[in-house]
Design a protein around this ligand. Structure first.
Ligand code: ATP
Ligand code: MG
Length: 423
């Protein structure tokens, strides 16, 4: 036997036994996003490498060590499998001039790629759903996005499983002033920093505070806080945002150390976290990125969005037993005798036209084994077609999930009969 070829480590198949869970979650999302006026955008999975370097930032986990980058053998271009969705979305917005005299509320969904150590809730191919609201200076849109996410948790039944953390990163000038104080502080503590910390002390000091190293928590907690460096406008934006979230009755915690792992953020940033998934506790993360369109060669425009890890939400739903069962087919059609297959196919077609899903038994099989399959399929009805039925233009209807008796009905009356017998 030839050797089996296996999937790439950290890249998962979604098998039929669980794909309905994805479809359920995607259905809730589609409805929610439409309810808030977001439109779907679909961009390529592969982009030019500089797009991510320029937007996400050189000194970030993603760009430093997580990207799947390769050379296009035909022309030598450096290409990268997208590690997140904002860069490609904004590239498309700028490229197609979508902000010309317009604002945009966009959403995307799809696979993302990061070369990380696979573990529960952390994969090399994973899926994000995300939104980008462009052209809104806020803070009302910032609040509406929090409302949208809170609404999602409500619709999924997860409202008590996630907590909102928020912070502000101010503007460029404020970050520069804070940075100076922060670098000085980090220099004082240089001896106690870990390798990442030492490396980032000058290149990306804010990220040093984002450390997950337990030994560094006290140092990070006592570091100069960006919030103390905010000017009036940034402070007003932050206070306005908080007041609106509060007025909506959405609980939040201010986390002055929340900085986010990507460079493009400014002002409002937030994460929805859970304590129920171990170390992979962030299910949704986002913030404002007012400079990003300009950085990608477009006109300046305010922007804010989030990315949500879909596997993590599904893990949470599974842990809480909030996932629906797979929907079974309505009808399983059993047949016996010369010509029954074609007769059955016509019956099945007319039923599908009437809105019923039908599995027709194909190939051989005794009546008994076909009825077993009908039962195992979860169908509500078995339809039985044999020589008598064919001769009379009828079908026998056997309800499989109730005690109701089997009936023989004319093909024309079949859809109405099923509607009457439906439990
Ligand atoms: P983490 O701190 O967990 O590495 P991150 O800050 O790198 O997350 P973002 O870039 O903000 O993550 O991505 C948004 C969301 O996508 C995360 O909050 C998480 O839910 C999900 N996510 C990120 N990386 C992975 C991954 N490797 N596997 C599964 N989900 C992921
Ligand atoms: Mg990460």
């Amino acid at each position: 036997m030839a050797q089996k070829i296996q999937a790439i480590r950290g890249m998962n198949d979604v098998l039929p036994a669980e794909s309905h869970q994805w479809e359920y979650f995607e259905g809730v999302l589609r409805k929610l996003l439409a309810d808030y006026g977001y439109q779907n955008i679909r961009t390529p999975i592969v982009e030019a490498t500089p797009l991510f370097v320029r937007s996400i930032g050189e000194v970030t986990d993603i760009v430093e060590k997580e990207m799947y980058t390769f050379t296009d053998a035909l022309n030598g271009d450096s290409l990268t499998l997208r590690p997140e969705g904002t860069a490609g979305t904004l590239r498309a917005v700028v490229e197609h001039n979508l902000l010309y005299n317009a604002t945009q509320k966009l959403w995307y969904q799809g696979p993302m790629y990061r070369h990380e150590r696979p573990q529960k809730g952390r994969y090399r191919q994973f899926h994000q759903v995300g939104i980008e609201a462009l052209g809104f200076a806020g803070p009302d849109i910032d609040a509406e996005i929090i409302l949208l996410t809170a609404d999602l948790w409500q619709r999924l039944g997860l409202q008590d499983s996630v907590q909102l953390e928020i912070n502000t990163l101010g503007n460029k000038e404020e970050r520069a002033a804070h940075r100076e104080a922060l670098v000085a502080y980090l220099e004082q503590h240089a001896d106690s920093l870990d390798e990442d910390g030492k490396r980032r002390m000058y290149s990306n000091p804010l990220r040093v505070l984002d450390t997950k190293n337990p030994a560094l928590q006290a140092m990070a907690n006592a570091a100069p806080r960006l919030i103390d460096y905010l000017g009036e406008a940034s402070r007003a934006h932050y206070e306005g945002w908080k007041a609106m979230i509060g007025a909506l009755g959405i609980r939040f915690v201010e986390n002055p150390r929340l900085v986010r792992g990507l460079d493009y953020y400014n002002q409002s940033v937030f994460e929805w976290v859970t304590t129920e998934l171990g170390a992979q506790g962030t299910v949704c993360a986002g913030g404002r990125y007012d400079g990003l369109t300009e950085q990608l060669g477009g006109k300046p425009a305010p922007g804010i969005g989030f990315g949500m890890g879909m596997e993590r939400v599904l893990l949470l739903l599974a842990a809480k037993d909030l996932l629906p069962k797979a929907r079974a087919v309505d009808v399983y059609l059993v047949q016996q005798g010369e010509g029954a297959a074609m007769y059955g196919m016509r019956v099945a077609r007319s039923l599908r036209e009437a809105g019923y899903s039908v599995i027709q038994h194909l190939g051989d099989g005794s009546f008994k084994s076909q009825m077993k399959k009908a039962d195992a399929s979860g169908a509500e009805f078995a339809l039985i077609v044999g020589e008598n039925e064919m001769a009379a233009g009828t079908v026998a209807v056997k309800p499989l999930r109730t005690e109701l008796a089997q009936e023989v009905v004319a093909v024309d009356a079949l859809a109405l009969t099923l509607a009457r017998l439906k439990s």
